[in-house]
Design a protein around this ligand. Structure first.
Ligand SMILES: [Ca+2]
Length: 135
Protein backbone atom coordinates (compact mmCIF):
# COMPACT_ATOMS: atom_id res chain seq x y z
CA UNK A 1 0.00 0.00 0.00
CA UNK A 2 2.77 2.38 0.92
CA UNK A 3 4.59 1.92 -2.38
CA UNK A 4 1.33 2.44 -4.24
CA UNK A 5 0.84 5.79 -2.53
CA UNK A 6 4.40 6.75 -3.44
CA UNK A 7 3.80 5.77 -7.07
CA UNK A 8 0.66 7.92 -7.15
CA UNK A 9 2.69 10.83 -5.82
CA UNK A 10 5.34 10.41 -8.49
CA UNK A 11 2.70 10.21 -11.20
CA UNK A 12 1.03 13.35 -9.88
CA UNK A 13 4.35 15.20 -9.95
CA UNK A 14 5.09 14.02 -13.48
CA UNK A 15 1.62 15.18 -14.54
CA UNK A 16 2.51 18.80 -13.86
CA UNK A 17 3.68 19.44 -17.40
CA UNK A 18 1.01 17.36 -19.09
CA UNK A 19 0.85 19.49 -22.23
CA UNK A 20 1.81 16.54 -24.42
CA UNK A 21 5.03 17.59 -26.02
CA UNK A 22 7.89 18.99 -24.05
CA UNK A 23 9.93 20.34 -26.93
CA UNK A 24 9.70 23.87 -25.59
CA UNK A 25 9.37 25.35 -22.17
CA UNK A 26 6.00 25.93 -20.55
CA UNK A 27 5.12 29.14 -18.79
CA UNK A 28 2.67 30.23 -16.15
CA UNK A 29 -0.29 32.39 -17.07
CA UNK A 30 -1.66 34.85 -14.52
CA UNK A 31 -4.90 36.68 -15.22
CA UNK A 32 -5.74 39.98 -13.56
CA UNK A 33 -9.25 41.29 -14.12
CA UNK A 34 -10.43 44.78 -13.28
CA UNK A 35 -13.44 46.90 -14.11
CA UNK A 36 -15.90 44.09 -13.43
CA UNK A 37 -17.87 45.97 -10.77
CA UNK A 38 -21.15 45.37 -12.62
CA UNK A 39 -20.64 41.66 -11.92
CA UNK A 40 -19.57 41.82 -8.28
CA UNK A 41 -20.47 38.65 -6.42
CA UNK A 42 -21.18 36.70 -9.59
CA UNK A 43 -19.31 33.62 -10.75
CA UNK A 44 -16.98 34.08 -13.70
CA UNK A 45 -16.16 31.12 -15.94
CA UNK A 46 -12.79 31.12 -17.69
CA UNK A 47 -11.30 28.94 -20.44
CA UNK A 48 -8.00 29.01 -22.31
CA UNK A 49 -7.89 27.62 -25.85
CA UNK A 50 -4.90 26.92 -28.09
CA UNK A 51 -5.53 28.86 -31.27
CA UNK A 52 -3.65 26.43 -33.55
CA UNK A 53 -5.61 23.33 -32.51
CA UNK A 54 -8.75 24.78 -30.95
CA UNK A 55 -8.11 22.62 -27.89
CA UNK A 56 -9.27 23.92 -24.54
CA UNK A 57 -6.20 23.55 -22.34
CA UNK A 58 -7.50 24.97 -19.07
CA UNK A 59 -10.72 26.03 -17.39
CA UNK A 60 -11.41 27.62 -14.05
CA UNK A 61 -14.09 29.54 -12.21
CA UNK A 62 -13.86 32.34 -9.72
CA UNK A 63 -16.08 34.95 -8.12
CA UNK A 64 -15.84 38.61 -9.00
CA UNK A 65 -14.95 40.57 -5.86
CA UNK A 66 -14.46 44.30 -5.50
CA UNK A 67 -14.76 44.68 -9.26
CA UNK A 68 -11.98 42.25 -10.10
CA UNK A 69 -10.62 38.74 -10.07
CA UNK A 70 -7.35 36.84 -10.28
CA UNK A 71 -6.59 33.44 -11.74
CA UNK A 72 -3.34 31.61 -12.30
CA UNK A 73 -2.43 28.57 -14.33
CA UNK A 74 1.00 27.04 -13.84
CA UNK A 75 3.04 25.67 -16.75
CA UNK A 76 0.15 26.25 -19.13
CA UNK A 77 1.62 28.17 -22.05
CA UNK A 78 3.85 26.39 -24.53
CA UNK A 79 6.65 28.56 -25.82
CA UNK A 80 5.74 30.52 -28.95
CA UNK A 81 2.11 29.33 -29.04
CA UNK A 82 -0.83 31.73 -29.08
CA UNK A 83 -4.01 31.17 -27.07
CA UNK A 84 -7.41 32.69 -26.59
CA UNK A 85 -8.87 33.51 -23.21
CA UNK A 86 -12.67 33.19 -23.16
CA UNK A 87 -14.65 34.16 -20.09
CA UNK A 88 -18.17 34.97 -19.11
CA UNK A 89 -20.42 35.82 -16.23
CA UNK A 90 -23.66 33.84 -16.10
CA UNK A 91 -25.85 36.87 -15.53
CA UNK A 92 -29.19 35.07 -16.00
CA UNK A 93 -28.01 32.16 -13.85
CA UNK A 94 -29.11 29.34 -16.18
CA UNK A 95 -25.72 27.57 -16.05
CA UNK A 96 -24.98 28.23 -19.71
CA UNK A 97 -23.14 30.86 -21.69
CA UNK A 98 -25.72 32.95 -23.54
CA UNK A 99 -25.00 35.56 -26.15
CA UNK A 100 -24.56 39.07 -24.78
CA UNK A 101 -26.15 41.13 -23.42
CA UNK A 102 -28.00 38.24 -21.67
CA UNK A 103 -24.66 37.11 -20.22
CA UNK A 104 -21.45 39.13 -20.12
CA UNK A 105 -19.01 37.41 -22.49
CA UNK A 106 -15.48 38.34 -23.46
CA UNK A 107 -12.56 37.06 -25.53
CA UNK A 108 -8.94 38.17 -25.34
CA UNK A 109 -5.91 37.03 -27.29
CA UNK A 110 -2.99 35.61 -25.33
CA UNK A 111 0.20 36.44 -27.26
CA UNK A 112 2.92 33.85 -27.77
CA UNK A 113 4.89 33.68 -24.53
CA UNK A 114 8.64 33.61 -24.05
CA UNK A 115 8.36 33.77 -20.26
CA UNK A 116 5.71 33.62 -17.54
CA UNK A 117 2.90 35.90 -18.67
CA UNK A 118 0.28 38.12 -17.09
CA UNK A 119 -2.90 38.86 -18.99
CA UNK A 120 -4.71 41.96 -17.83
CA UNK A 121 -8.38 42.02 -18.78
CA UNK A 122 -11.01 44.68 -18.31
CA UNK A 123 -14.73 44.40 -17.88
CA UNK A 124 -14.98 47.57 -19.95
CA UNK A 125 -13.90 45.62 -23.04
CA UNK A 126 -16.73 45.03 -25.52
CA UNK A 127 -18.58 41.72 -25.30
CA UNK A 128 -17.77 38.95 -27.76
CA UNK A 129 -20.45 36.28 -27.93
CA UNK A 130 -18.23 33.95 -29.95
CA UNK A 131 -16.40 33.20 -26.69
CA UNK A 132 -19.42 31.09 -25.65
CA UNK A 133 -18.12 28.31 -27.94
CA UNK A 134 -15.54 27.47 -25.24
CA UNK A 135 -18.26 26.52 -22.72
CA1 LIG B 1 -26.49 32.17 -18.92
Amino acid sequence: MKSLALLALILAAAGCGESGNDLGASYDLSVLGSGFGADDGRVLYFAVTRTDTGTIVATDTTTVRAGGFELSFSSLLDQGVTYEADYYVDVNGNGRCDAPPTDHVWREAVPAAQSNATLQVSGATGYDGSACTAF
